[in-house]
Design a protein. Structure first.
Length: 319
């Protein structure tokens, strides 16, 4: 689910909507590092399309969807073959679904044959979208393809079978190279590698501080500048800033990016988005003693004024 303060990604959203409206495209792979916003961008679009709108524009959607199946690592509906079949069957009239279910129960039918029969039940028309979220979690990373043979067969059948209405969107940190080699003309890749632009990242930072308690909401732009640069606008890293400020009252927006060298790897947005709170918790519970900050920011007043005393020369903001 995308947050209500979702910012940017207009071009990517329009590209995705365009892919969904193209009956020749059967798989869209959205790749990018963790926390960059792959799931949020896709889910926001799908939710908008359900309501007949492309989010972020005033346009009534020119693409409507006939159904959506969400499969994800974290949800109840996992990215696996049995769930894929079961959730597609749910979109069909009861009689047709139970006929196909009998086929599914018959071990003589391979996943590819089953999938082709299922695809026939979704004749070309309004796209039925299947989201495979965090495909990398079910991938054989060496072979760069889904590890479950049945899922692999099913996805290949979607790509190679006769015309049908199903469009798959896979979000993944790891490019499924082997899968991309199957009917490449029927696939598109959307790379989400960059974080949010600084103006958008600043809005997100302010919105994350809904009551102004963390000193982000009303901070001047240049106070937030270092945070935007240090996180490279990675939305999950921006959320980590909020978690960090919430976890340590001695920090302010102007100082919290000063992460000491004794927290390995914390000087990249990747690590901020990957494990921000664990490191910062360790740091502020005393394992990182490089910096001391004073005086405390007043949470009540929301004041951001403070000075930094450091046991080592302060790290300058990145230029
Ligand atoms: N454009 C945006 N504006 C504001 N918040 C965003 C934006 N994009 C993502 N977010 C928020 O940032 C967090 C990370 O986004 P998301 O989960 O979509 O990343 P991801 O690329 O799918 O990561 P992962 O690889 O771990 O699945 C989420 O809480 C999401 O709501
Ligand atoms: Mg995701």
């Amino acid at each position: 689910m995308a947050p209500i303060w979702f910012q940017g990604r207009q071009a990517e959203t329009l590209r995705l909507a365009g892919y969904l409206s193209d009956p020749g495209i059967r798989l869209v792979t959205v790749t990018g590092p963790g926390g960059i916003g792959k799931t949020a961008t896709v889910c926001r679009l799908l939710k908008g399309l359900e309501a007949g709108r492309i989010p972020g524009t005033d346009d009534v959607a020119t693409v409507t969807v006939g159904g959506i199946v969400y499969l994800s690592r974290n949800g109840v509906h996992k990215v696996e073959y049995p769930t894929l079949v079961a959730d597609l069957l749910r979109l069909l009239p009861a009689e047709q679904a139970s006929r196909l279910d009998r086929l599914y129960q018959n071990p003589q039918h391979s996943p590819a044959a089953m999938m082709l029969a299922l695809l026939e039940a979704f004749p070309a028309g309004e796209p039925v979208v299947v989201l495979l979220d965090n495909l990398e979690s079910v991938m054989d990373t060496e072979r760069e393809t889904p590890a479950e043979p049945a899922l692999r067969e099913a996805l290949s059948a979607v790509l190679t079978g006769p015309a049908h209405a199903i469009t798959m969107i896979a979000t993944t940190r790891v490019t499924p190279t082997a899968l991309l080699g199957v009917e490449p003309a029927r696939q598109r890749q959307l790379r989400l590698t960059e974080g949010l632009d600084p103006p958008d990242a600043r809005i997100v930072l302010r919105e994350l501080d809904d009551d102004g308690r963390l000193g982000l909401r009303n901070a001047p732009d240049d106070f937030l500048e270092g945070l935007c640069r240090h996180t490279r606008g990675n939305p999950r890293a921006l959320e980590a800033v909020k978690a960090i400020l919430e976890g340590d009252e001695t920090l302010t927006p102007a100082t919290c990016w000063t992460v000491p060298a004794s927290c390995p790897g914390t000087r990249s947005s990747r690590s901020w988005s990957a494990r921000p709170t664990s490191c910062l918790t360790a740091r502020h519970s005393g394992s990182c003693r490089a910096c001391r900050f004073s005086p405390r920011r007043s949470r009540q007043s929301g004041s951001t004024s403070c000075s930094v005393r450091s046991t080592r020369p302060p790290t300058p903001p990145p230029s």
